[in-house]
Design a binder for this molecule. Structure first.
Ligand code: 3PY
Ligand code: MG
Length: 260
């Protein structure tokens, strides 16, 4: 099995990632047809549990999309279990120092590199020519979230941990950590300078930097700044945005003929 997202990232390409908060195989199937490089099931803040994660993955299986999970926290049980369920990468919140990055890598890698327990119940597809366990350590993406001042201060030590594939910035928690409002698509010079520093630290090591964005145009701008992995909003946010725009347009255009 080859992790297509990892291949594209290693080739220096920019990848566009979807974010699934809705616990539904059908909405995952719809999203999977939209041209994303990868799709992340959000088990931290999304309305997702393990069962809905599996349903989302099953719905996406026939599409050329890499399945990822954001786990709720840096804990061995859930990291191993989402990989067993078929995730090809783990995005982990609030990784703030070298020890936490080492712990994350150890949960996601089989011995001798780590201490992941054997049992890829869904990930180890029946009849595959190469056993899943033989290639998993080379294919799985391990992505700590950088979203606090502490993590920024420790970025070099975090990135130097063997097994770390890249980083994913959470702009709203980063804002909270710096005494600012929690939001995406930030324009504060202080934050943009942090982004530049993090992108440069990744590039120096041939690792990728990822960012959660609220809009397509901000995501495109951030690709221009060197981010290689950009998420745009999430499924429920995109649905609400399109629905609101449709209602507003209808009211506006019909306004001349009827009081809606
Ligand atoms: C944040 O903005 O804090 C996030 O975690 C986005 O995914
Ligand atoms: Mg966050």
């Amino acid at each position: 099995m080859t992790n297509m997202l990892k291949k594209r990232l290693q080739a220096g390409k920019a990848c566009v990632n979807a974010w699934l908060a809705i616990p539904s195989g059908f909405s995952a199937e719809v999203m999977a047809q939209c041209g994303w490089d990868s799709v992340t099931v959000d088990m931290q803040h999304g309305v997702q549990d393990y069962q809905s994660m599996v349903q989302c993955f099953q719905a996406m299986d026939k599409h050329p999309i890499t399945p990822l999970v954001r786990v709720p926290w840096n804990e061995p049980g859930i990291v191993g279990k989402v990989l067993d369920g078929g995730a090809w990468g783990v995005i982990c919140p609030m990784v703030n120092n070298e020890a936490e990055a080492r712990a994350l890598a150890s949960y996601a890698l089989y011995p001798p590199k780590g201490k992941r327990s054997n049992g890829p119940i869904r990930a180890g597809a029946y009849g595959a020519a190469t056993p899943y366990q033989a290639t998993a350590n080379d294919e799985v993406l391990i992505i700590p979230m950088i979203e606090t001042q502490e993590a920024i201060d420790n970025i070099d030590a975090i990135l130097d941990v063997p097994g770390i594939s890249g980083i994913y910035i959470g702009p709203s928690d980063l804002g909270l950590s710096l005494g600012l409002a929690p939001r995406l698509d930030r324009e504060e010079p202080q934050i943009l300078a942090i982004y530049d520093k993090l992108v440069a630290a990744c590039k120096k090591r041939n690792l990728f930097a990822g960012l959660h964005n609220g809009t397509a145009s901000y995501a495109a701008k951030m690709i221009g700044k060197g981010f290689q992995f950009v998420t745009i909003a999430n499924d429920s946010g995109l649905m609400a945005m399109a629905a609101r725009a449709a209602v507003a347009q209808t009211r506006k255009e019909a306004g001349a003929v009827a009081a809606l």
